[in-house]
Ligand binder design. Structure first.
Ligand SMILES: Nc1ncnc2c1ncn2[C@@H]1O[C@H](COP(=O)(O)OP(=O)(O)OP(=O)(O)O)[C@@H](O)[C@H]1O
Ligand SMILES: [Mg+2]
Length: 441
């Protein structure tokens, strides 16, 4: 037979699962945040570095060759510049050079190492004009879709750096532009070293915390187990005590009083024979009162004796309970659809709950009628006790912590410990329904 899973263990596993899920979400968020920040940092650093290299190159290597003749397309000046660019400036990183002359928004390429671009005109952007006007360099990732970048499209991304230079001797402002590959930006080596460190740190945290969490959960489970045992023991002690009192009453006072009724009956007969009828009548009345008292005592004994399951089974025990309630003046409807598969533990809990519910109806409800229904569905037993009494407000009841009202609370804890549930539905004037559901295994 399949062993039912311990609900406590399921809860523990679920708690640890939730802890892990939260940890994974936090880890993803942290890794994502760190990677984004680092990537930005690397990118900014690369852009700054590229700009500095370009500015220095432009001012040292290019500026001395920017003559006024060059602006007029003098082949000699172009040749000199081209030689320096090819021999000293171009590299794997710096892949393209352009020199622009601006006329308003119109830009003419005065020189480029890509010769076919020399002499072509393009509209200058605000940024280009700003560099020319302020003399401050600027850098950014270039948009290779722009027309002026046709010959650079072989690269996926390029860094574009602008600087403002002047010709000699007239000092006409020209725009020096260089394109650099973005190897530095695309180099993710520091990311690939950071991400495992962060993930590893989190994993280490998990590994260290899980045994602690597990130990804590086990201790909580053990404490709950101890409490359930204590509850069980308390109930058993209470029941044993009630059984002892019932037995004492039955064997002591009930026997004595019952014996006295016989003696009184004999005394009444004797008074009759002695012809003192008024004494005989008084004695008979006393005997009858005493018999009534004995009946009352017997009912009390039945009421305080905890019903036993033992061999008679749940149905008989519930029948006894119904008789007790009838003796207390209630109309009782008993509907039992006995579960085919049940367990002694579930039956005992059902009986306890039925007993407490009936005791409460007798003690508090002032009801006329009570229905006791038991049935079993899907491996669970259901008990429902419904009365038509005065009802109460369960929430208000629960807040009276100082009072000693233990019956329903104890039952609810017992039900929970057995993997079931106790629900009490009531309202002033609307009767009370106590419903218990417990697994049969
Ligand atoms: N069927 C009912 N009808 C009306 N009131 C009820 C009913 N059942 C419970 N109560 C109210 O709820 C209170 C709590 O019930 P509970 O069984 O927990 O404690 P108790 O019966 O007062 O004491 P104990 O069961 O510990 O001897 C009762 O005191 C009563 O006011
Ligand atoms: Mg009670």
């Amino acid at each position: 037979m399949r062993k039912a899973r311990d609900p406590e263990q399921t809860v523990t596993a679920r708690t640890i699962g939730a802890f892990f899920a939260a940890g994974v979400v936090a880890m993803i968020a942290v890794v994502f945040g760190v990677v984004t920040l680092v990537r930005h940092d690397i990118r900014d650093g690369a852009v700054r570095g590229a700009r500095d290299v370009t500015v220095v190159t432009g001012r040292i290597a290019i500026a001395p060759l920017l003559t006024d003749k060059l602006l007029d397309g003098d082949p000699d000046a172009l040749g000199k510049l081209d030689k320096v660019v090819r021999e000293q400036v171009l590299s794997d990183t710096l892949v393209r050079v352009k020199v622009w002359k601006a006329d308003g928004r119109d830009g003419r390429i005065v020189y480029s190492d890509d010769r076919q671009m020399i002499g072509r005109h393009f509209v200058l952007s605000d940024e280009d004009l700003d560099v020319l006007k302020s003399g401050r360099s600027s850098a950014g990732v270039s948009d290779l879709r722009e027309a002026e970048n046709v010959s650079e499209r072989q690269y996926v991304h390029l860094l574009q750096v602008y600087d403002a230079l002047r010709t000699t001797p007239k000092g006409t402002p020209v725009l020096f532009e260089a394109y650099l590959t973005t190897k530095a930006i695309q180099n993710n080596s520091s990311l690939t070293s950071i991400a495992p460190a962060v993930v590893g740190g989190f994993l280490l945290l998990f590994v260290l915390e899980v045994p602690l969490l597990w130990g804590l959960a086990r201790r909580v489970r053990r404490a709950r187990g101890d409490r359930a045992l204590m509850l069980e023991r308390m109930l058993r002690i209470g029941e044993a005590e009630r059984r002892r009192i019932a037995a004492d009453l039955h064997d002591g006072i009930v026997q004595q009083v019952a014996g006295s009724t016989y003696s009184l009956a004999a005394a009444a007969d004797e008074a009759d024979r002695a012809n003192i009828p008024n004494v005989a009548a008084s004695v008979r009345t006393a005997a009858s009162d005493l018999r009534q008292a004995v009946r009352g005592l017997r009912n009390t004994i039945v009421a305080i004796t905890p019903p036993r399951l033992h061999d008679e089974g749940l149905l008989t025990a519930l029948d006894d309970l119904a008789s007790t309630a009838r003796a207390a003046g209630l109309e009782v409807t008993l509907e039992v659809d006995p579960p085919r598969i049940s367990s002694p533990k579930a039956d005992e809990l059902v009986l306890r709950a039925a007993q407490e519910a009936i005791r409460n109806v007798v003690a508090h409800a002032r009801a006329r009628h009570v229905t006791l229904r038991v049935d079993a569905r899907n491996d669970r037993v259901n008990l429902v006790v419904i009365d038509d009494g005065r009802g109460f407000a369960p929430a208000a009841q629960a807040s009276h912590k100082g009072d000693i009202h233990l019956g329903l609370q104890l039952l609810s804890e017992l039900a929970r410990d057995a993997g079931g549930e106790l629900r009490v539905t009531s309202a002033p004037g609307a009767g009370t329904e106590v419903a218990l559901e417990v697994p049969t295994q």
